[in-house]
Design a binder for this molecule. Structure first.
Ligand code: ADP
Length: 375
């Protein structure tokens, strides 16, 4: 049975907007795309009203999903309208637009960042990325999130590394998220963070073979169909690498900035440069580079050995004109605490490693201060 735009509009007419009129009369709907049972559109409202509209978005999504023949519905709430302006006009029947997730900005919008809908309630989404796997990206993402928590911020962590979600291991979380009344997943609360990972939903040993579009749709669901509540910062642990999946993600997530993790070896610095280029391409500000496993620190005597030379990432950051955020030693305590689900910033809060992550968090927070304050 093929679904029509008319059916969608009829369903939406039954949803009441915060303005007291039917959603279809509230002058907020983008054109509606219906293709193969998949329905996409956006609800465009003023930033100041966004919170009041979130439950309407969810109701609209459930209403559309209830139409027989609808296999997927993605409805984005975009809060980029200037007060008093109208939503774009509806096209003629069968007229299509890009899916809501690629909602186009108004003419003359300053950067592609405004193309993605902000997530109501979250002041800043930041990515933690690396040019390749195994450099300690996830360990750094979690400890950075905890460092930001220690600065008094409300922080969430989204494990978007869906090829190898390590957040369940790093946090020791085994339970599955529950659903709230709006059918949104409630993130798991641990260490004072709101945490979500695809690893909470699928068995650890499930082979995960994802193709580009599936990656994006899984991550979009985790970003937008999770009841994050009010957050100052949502740290996104990105999939490693700089391929198409990562580029699409960087393009489609409303990122306020990116932190790049590198190890000191030359090769990894080359990979880090690729990461930098990727974020620049999509106009996401690079908040800086972190050098992980920067030097070896003996767990017994504390002696420092610069196994891979020293200062590579700092020089590289200077040369490329991005902030250098800090050096994290290769230390047994970081590995054992991470791998046992007790991240070092939480389990050894007065130790030297926690201080390093907090210092990195401070540099990140300082760059986001305006965004967080504005929210
Ligand atoms: P990635 O996310 O880049 O694949 P992980 O964060 O999973 O990397 O880290 C890979 C391994 O390295 C893990 O066993 C982790 O505990 C360890 N590790 C990460 N950073 C450090 C560090 N600074 N010192 C010691 N071990 C580390």
């Amino acid at each position: 049975m093929s679904v029509t735009q008319q059916q969608v509009l009829e369903k939406l007419a039954g949803v009441t907007s915060p303005r007291g009129v039917a959603l279809t009369n509230a002058n907020v709907l983008s054109p509606i795309t219906v293709s193969d049972g998949k329905v996409f559109f956006s609800i465009n409202v003023d930033a100041a009203e966004a919170r009041a509209w979130e439950s309407v978005r969810a109701q609209a999504e459930s209403a559309v999903r209830a139409i027989p023949g609808v296999t997927a519905a993605m409805i984005a709430l975009t809060a980029e309208r200037k007060p008093g302006t109208a939503a774009p006009p509806q096209p003629h029947r069968h007229g299509g637009i890009a899916p809501a997730s690629t909602h186009r900005p108004p003419q003359g919008a300053p950067s592609p960042m405004s193309r993605q809908a902000e997530i109501p309630g979250i002041a800043a989404v930041i990515a933690v990325a690396s040019g390749k796997g195994g450099v300690g990206k996830s360990t750094t993402a979690l400890n950075l999130a905890l460092g930001l928590r220690d600065l008094g911020l409300r922080v969430g962590l989204l494990d978007a590394d869906i090829y190898g979600p390590s957040v369940p291991r790093l946090t020791g979380i085994r339970e599955k998220p529950a659903l709230n009344d709006d059918k949104k997943m409630i993130p798991i609360s641990r260490f004072g963070l709101s945490i979500m990972s695809i690893g909470f939903l699928v068995e650890e040993d499930t082979a995960m073979i994802w193709r580009g579009p599936m990656v994006m749709s899984a991550i979009t669901q985790m970003l937008r169909d999770v009841a994050w509540g009010t957050l100052d910062v949502l740290v996104v642990d990105m999939p490693p690498g700089t391929g198409d999946a990562q580029l699409t993600l960087a393009q489609n997530v409303p990122l306020k900035g990116a932190v790049i993790i590198s190890t000191p070896q030359d090769l990894s610095l080359i990979d880090a440069r690729r990461g930098l280029a990727m974020f620049r391409k999509v106009n996401v500000p690079v908040l800086g580079i972190v050098e992980n496993m920067s030097y070896f620190q003996c767990p017994h005597c504390g002696t420092r050995s610069d196994i891979f030379g020293h200062g590579g990432a700092r020089h590289e950051a200077e040369r490329l004109g991005v902030p250098f955020l800090g050096e994290i030693p290769l230390h047994m305590a970081i590995r054992t605490t991470s791998d046992s689900g007790n991240p070092v910033v939480d389990s050894e809060p007065d130790g030297p490693h926690a201080a390093i992550y907090r210092a990195i968090g401070t540099k990140v927070r300082d760059q986001l201060r305006g965004v967080i304050a504005a929210a």
